[in-house]
Each structure stands twice: as C-alpha cells, then as structure tokens.
Ligand binder design. Sequence first.
Ligand code: SF4
Length: 112
Amino acid sequence: MRTPAGFECRYFYANYYRGRNQQECRLVARDPASARWTPGLCRDCPVPKLLRANACQHLVLDARVVKTWGGLGRKVAVSASCTKTLADVPNPQAGCGRCHESLGKLRLPENP
Ligand code: SF4
C-alpha cells in the first residue's frame, strides 16, 4: 500500500472506508516498546527504500519510533536479522551476503 509520503510499503495499512481514517504501520506495531507512530514518520522512514534494494526472503525487519538527538524530533529506527544465519544484519540494504556464498557453489550445466 502507498504511504502518505508516496512510497509503496508492505507494512502500511490504511482504511478510509465510509469515513474512517485509520492508518497504521504494522511493522512498528509489532514492537510494544516503541513510541507512538504517526503517518508523518513515513516520510523519512528507510524501510521502503530498503525493501526495494533487498528482497531477500530471509531478511526480517524490526522497527520502532525513537527520539532523535536533543529529543525534539522522532524517526523510525530499523534493525534487521537473517532467519538463515540467525545473525544480525548491520547493513540491511546490502544484506548479510551469506546467500551469495551458496550461489557461488552452484554449477551451470555445460553446453553439449
Ligand atoms: S513508517 Fe516506514 S515501515 Fe512503517 S508504514 Fe511508514 S514507510 Fe512503512
């Protein structure tokens, strides 16, 4: 679904049916320790860009709303882990690279 910022995000949910104005981030909603989410946070959220850059099926994202320096602003902070290696992924846009290692072991059939 398209966020208020205009990006496609699989975690954004909105319901405007019959005058409703329900919007939620279903990624931030998974974290009960997160500060309150508001739709304006989608504007600078790294998740849509991250998902375009890395479509790995093993990548799991966690997100929470945190205060920025000085405590005046808020932003969505994202962390990632890999279900294949069970390790944290410090750079989710690039991934952990472990899947690429196994791709290197594949052999293409030789031409007859
Ligand atoms: S805050 Fe980020 S993850 Fe959540 S709906 Fe908006 S763009 Fe998607």
